[in-house]
Design a protein around this ligand. Sequence first.
Ligand SMILES: NC(=O)c1ccc[n+]([C@@H]2O[C@H](COP(=O)([O-])OP(=O)(O)OC[C@H]3O[C@@H](n4cnc5c(N)ncnc54)[C@H](O)[C@@H]3O)[C@@H](O)[C@H]2O)c1
Length: 368
Amino acid sequence: MTKRIAVIGFGQRLTAVLAAMREAGWDFEIAGQADPAPTNGAPVFPSVAALLADGPFDLVMIGSPNHLHYEHLLAAFEAGYPVFAEKPIVRTEAETFALARHLSSAPPLYIGLVMRSMPIVREVIARVDGGELGTIVSMDATEHLPPEHGAYLARNWRRKEEWGGSFLLDKVCHDFDIFGRIAKSRAARVASFGGKTIFASEHASEHEAYNAVDAGWAGANDAFHSDMDVSDHQVVLVEYANGMRLSFHSNSHTSLTERRWYVAGTKGTLIADLVRNRLMVRTAHDRGKPERIDYGGRTADAHNGADQAMARDLLDALEGRAAFPVTPLESLEAGLTVMAVDRAMREGAVVDCAPIWADYDLAVSALK
Ligand SMILES: NC(=O)c1ccc[n+]([C@@H]2O[C@H](COP(=O)([O-])OP(=O)(O)OC[C@H]3O[C@@H](n4cnc5c(N)ncnc54)[C@H](O)[C@@H]3O)[C@@H](O)[C@H]2O)c1
C-alpha cells in the first residue's frame, strides 16, 4: 500500500533520504511539506500544525535545522504518527532531558544515525560483540573533510551554535554513537581542544572550492568572513566508565580525507576505513596477512550506500519485521556525549560526566 508521508524541513538531507527510499523499493507519496523555502513540488502547508492536521500519515519525516528538532518532534509526538527524524536528535543538554521525559508518550521514533545501517559498521559491531578482539582497550578515530565541505559548514546554518549545536554534534554524533556502542559503556571523563583557525580572515581565498556548494537556509556568503562561532577542527580524549580510552581528531579542511576507526583489543586489532569502505582485522599473534573486507559500493556522497541500507531498515521497522538499528535513547546518549566533549572544550577542563548522566537517568526514569 502506498505510504502517506509528511515532511517537515525538506532540505538537502531529506531529498537524499527520500530518493534512497525510492531506490530501496518504498511505495510512497509525499502528502505535504512544511518548509518556509520549499524547493520541490510537494504540496506546501503554511505551518507544521496545519500539515500535521492533514493526517493520517504513515510517517512524519523531520529534516529541519538542528535547533528546530525538539519543537518539531514534540509536534509530531502530539500528532501520534510514526516519526523519522534526522540526527542529532536534539541540540542541547536541556532539550535532551526534556525530550527523554516525553519518550514514554511518543509514537515509534527512528533517528537517522545512518552509519548504524552500513554493512561495514554492522561488521565492526559484530566483531567486537563476538569477542574476537578480546577486551577493547583503546581506540583512535578521525574525520577529515575536504575544503569544499569545510567551507560549506562555515557558510551553512551549521556555522552557528544556536542553529547547529556544534561542529562535532552536527558532523560526528554518528561516530560517537558507534564509539559508545563499541565501548558498551558511557563516557566518564572527557577533554577537548578546538577552535576556529582555518576559516578566519587571514586565510581568505577566492578559490572556487570555497563556494562549491550552495549555503542553503540562513546561509552566509563567505566562508572566511562569516559569523561562524563553532570549531573548524577539534581534538578529543574520552575515558569510558569501563576503562576504554579513545582519542579523536577532526579537521574540516584537509587534502587527505579520512574517516577511520582503529580499535585495539587484548586479542586483536581492527581498522575500519569508512571513506574507502574497507575493513582490516588481525588477531594479536597472527603474522600472516590481515583479513581484509572491501565493501565496495563507494559513492560520491561518501555515504557508500548507507542511505539505501537505512531506507530498508526503516521500512522493516515500520512494517514490524525488524527493530531499527538505533534506539531513541542511544541517540540521546550519543548527543549527550558530544555535548560533554564540547563543554570540556569551552571550559578548558576535564569534564566529569557523572552529573550529566545522573540528570539524564532521572529524566529517563520518568519513562519506567
Ligand atoms: N544523517 C546524515 O548523514 C545527515 C546528513 C546531512 C544532514 N543531516 C541532518 O539533516 C537535517 C537537515 O540538514 P540539511 O543538510 O538537509 O539542511 P538544509 O538546510 O538543506 O535543509 C533544512 C531545511 O529546513 C527548512 N527549514 C528552516 N526553517 C524551518 C522551519 N521553521 N520549519 C520547517 N522547515 C524549516 C529549510 O528551509 C531547509 O529546506 C539536519 O538535522 C542535519 O543534521 C543528516
